[in-house]
Write a protein that binds this ligand. Sequence first.
Ligand SMILES: Cc1cc2nc3c(=O)[nH]c(=O)nc-3n(C[C@H](O)[C@H](O)[C@H](O)COP(=O)(O)OP(=O)(O)OC[C@H]3O[C@@H](n4cnc5c(N)ncnc54)[C@H](O)[C@@H]3O)c2cc1C
Length: 374
Amino acid sequence: MPLGRLIVVGSGPAGNTAALLASRIGVRVTIIDKARHPRVKPCGGGLTPKTIALSRIINLDLGEVIEHECGEVVVVTHAGSYLLRFREPLIRVSRRERLDEFMFREALRNGAEYVNDEVVRVEEGRGGVKVIGRRSIYEADWVIGADGAPSRVGRSIGLVPRSNAVALMNIASGKLGMDACVLDFTRVKWGYAWVFPLGGGDYDVGLGSALKGRYSGLLTSYVNELGLRLGRVMGHLIPYRPPSQVATRRVMLTGDSLGLADPVTGEGIFQAMLSGALSALSLRHSNPTEHYSELMGSYLRDNQYALTTAYMVYGIDATFLSRFMGLTGFSQAGVVNIIEKTTGGKLTYREALREMVKSMVNATPRIIKHIPPL
Ligand SMILES: Cc1cc2nc3c(=O)[nH]c(=O)nc-3n(C[C@H](O)[C@H](O)[C@H](O)COP(=O)(O)OP(=O)(O)OC[C@H]3O[C@@H](n4cnc5c(N)ncnc54)[C@H](O)[C@@H]3O)c2cc1C
């Protein structure tokens, strides 16, 4: 039973979840982060039902950091706009600085320690790992790399994500006159723009794309069109194609450092928390990094189907069907069901693809509720 000393590099959702669970099972945990909470992380802060389900499983009540719940989502496509209604809120909106600080405090409360330092690299030896920071050198039996994108830990061990999307956001303010979240597939190629209400007249407004480009002008004009006041525009990478290996002998990568974001939605908080939890719990096994690699195997295999789904959504639906033929999968009767199941963690992308094709072949297009374009 290895357990031992663990260093978690990074204190976002991946690192905090890993530190929390590792502390609970009796591991001596040190979190090293270059930033001090509360710190800013460019993000939409949207939490899907599977993220909420996971937080309940690990006994972490996120209730106090949820600012707004979207049971209704307006989807804007070139073929029209649709109001989709969900049984459980599809998106619960958080402010990342509050979410991350809350999770960090929970990890500390459960026994993790925190050191403020920037990690430059890690060096694996036979008996342990050296973590080289700008201020000091630290030693541990195991390291969990949770330092986001681009990851110093990942680069040190030669494992880096194969593709990155880019996304920009700002906290805009004003009055929009509706509480629904908005996903707009007409603003940017191979991606979408979003509006997530935060309450109190604030909105997380952003856009992301798998294609590299300069998007700040697009985001500014989107915010202007919505009649909102633009806040500080911030951007970051979203890595969505992991390398084939997730760990070495003593180092496990998690979250964005591994490139786990969803290629279809850009969602990464769930994947960060899940990989953080699995890496920490693997420390109970005789060979933790091998165990972690096995646990992550099926997830990585589904990434291939997620990439195919992204191709259907952004390549076929957004460009071909909706723009040129006035049709979209979002008008199909079964779409709410498929979205509910995938965001609820009840359907893999492999299964979702099968359902998407089935519903497109079988169903007569039915508009759930057509609303005028925003
Ligand atoms: C604009 C935008 C919008 C997004 N919207 C959503 C959304 O609505 N919902 C969703 O689920 N996902 C969203 N994502 C993705 C999500 O933000 C990430 O997938 C998620 O933050 C990954 O968590 P993480 O813990 O792996 O890394 P991070 O949250 O990036 O945390 C990494 C931590 O490591 C620290 N660190 C970095 N380098 C070092 C170093 N060298 N030494 C020490 N510490 C270091 C950082 O300070 C940070 O605290 C969005 C991303 C972007 C860019």
